[in-house]
Ligand binder design. Structure first.
Ligand code: SAH
Length: 349
């Protein structure tokens, strides 16, 4: 069970677990549902739960941890309305969340950890390493409080913020269960994407959950030499093992994988890499999402030129691969990749 300072982290509990807690407290079972509804609506404190008797609220206050994250910074893009939040967590750590306004609905991009241990060479989140993983309630808060603070109704979630979700597997699975619950926030699994740098040891566990979410794999290079250079996660098990794991996942779930590919000038944008990529993704009918690299101050990589991105894309489409180039949202607010946390929070936090 998730606890904070020896108190039960109530927002990380499932409806069934709340039921067990009510039983333990000698309360009627229907209270669990009332509390779950409050928590799923982003309730900020015990006193807001006005349909609970005061005595119960007092008991809960004593036994349970309930926290509402504070906004350390809010940035709104003048270009496209993208909103970015830096939240203060209960222990003084900070994480960022981005709300993007797509034609199909508002999408929240959430962090799964404070920092990251994966060390990708182009990524701002990796600088400073991993501080700690987020709890299910903290990930839920990113969704609920982004929605509440921005006033934008959220229909889609991507786990593409700071952190490696598969390094925080149990908490992420519990978060998904909570946010998807029909009596909770009720966001459809089909509207959720989980992005990983390729922790293939976890792919079977994920497939076994039989979730209807989209698995996104951050590939960024189709060859071991390049991928191991920019993504240390590749050094143990190479690209062949990654594609084997992806093929197995696809066979087990029937869900097509989406590959993220950040285009980096002179590193991964050569025609031979496009050809190799096409060869590898075609057998598993995967989708490729090309992303112009975001410049990160502390990193020396440059984005590929428009001409190189087009050339790369043409080779892929010419080979029958399903490709999109990601539209850049919120570039005026640096809305990606741990950059707000880096610029605001002192090292070590
Ligand atoms: N750890 C997970 C999810 C977080 S990163 C993962 O690796 O997938 C979300 C996406 O942003 C990943 O595809 C990541 O590789 C990419 N990314 C990181 N830094 C970037 C940058 N500077 N420019 C473009 N994409 C970047």
């Amino acid at each position: 069970m998730n606890t904070v300072n020896d108190k039960i982290d109530i927002k990380s509990l499932t409806l069934e677990e709340l039921g067990a807690l009510m039983k333990e407290l000698g309360e009627p079972a229907f209270r669990a549902r009332q509390i779950f509804t409050w928590l799923s609506a982003g309730c900020g404190g015990w006193d807001e739960m006005t349909n609970l008797p005061k005595a119960l609220r007092e008991k809960l206050r004593e036994r349970c941890h309930l926290y509402a994250p504070g906004v350390l910074r809010e940035q709104i893009s003048a270009e496209d309305g993208t909103v970015k939040y830096l939240w203060e967590l209960h222990d003084g750590n900070a994480v960022e969340t981005v709300v993007m306004r797509y034609h199909y609905g508002n999408t929240v991009c959430i962090s799964s950890q404070v920092g990251c241990r994966q060390g990708c060479a182009f990524c701002a989140s990796a600088i400073g390493g991993l501080v700690r993983s987020l709890t299910p309630s903290e990930m839920l808060d990113e969704v609920l409080f982004s929605e509440k603070t921005s006033g934008l109704k959220i229909s889609h979630i991507v786990l593409m913020g700071i952190g490696e979700p598969l390094d925080n597997f149990d908490n992420v699975m519990r978060f998904l269960e909570l946010v998807n619950h029909p009596e909770g926030r009720n966001i459809s699994m089909r509207h959720i994407s989980l992005s990983t740098c390729g922790i293939i040891e976890r792919f079977d566990d994920l497939a076994a959950r039989d979730l209807q979410l989209t698995l996104s794999v951050s590939l960024h290079a189709p060859d071991d030499e390049t991928r191991s250079r920019i993504m240390p996660a590749n050094r143990n098990r190479g690209v062949d093992a990654l594609f084997e794991a992806c093929a197995k996942y696809f066979r087990a779930t029937g869900r097509r994988i989406s590959f993220e590919y950040a285009m980096i000038d002179g590193v991964n944008d050569a025609p031979w890499q496009a050809e190799l990529l096409a060869e590898r993704v075609r057998p598993i009918a995967a989708h490729v999402n090309l992303i112009p690299l975001n410049r990160v101050e502390e990193r020396s990589f440059e984005p590929s030129s428009g001409a190189n991105i087009r050339r790369f894309m043409d080779i892929l489409t010419g080979s029958g691969v399903n490709v999109t180039v990601r539209r850049r949202l919120g570039s005026d607010v640096n809305a990606s990749c741990g950059q707000l946390r880096r610029s605001t929070v002192r090292p070590g936090k």
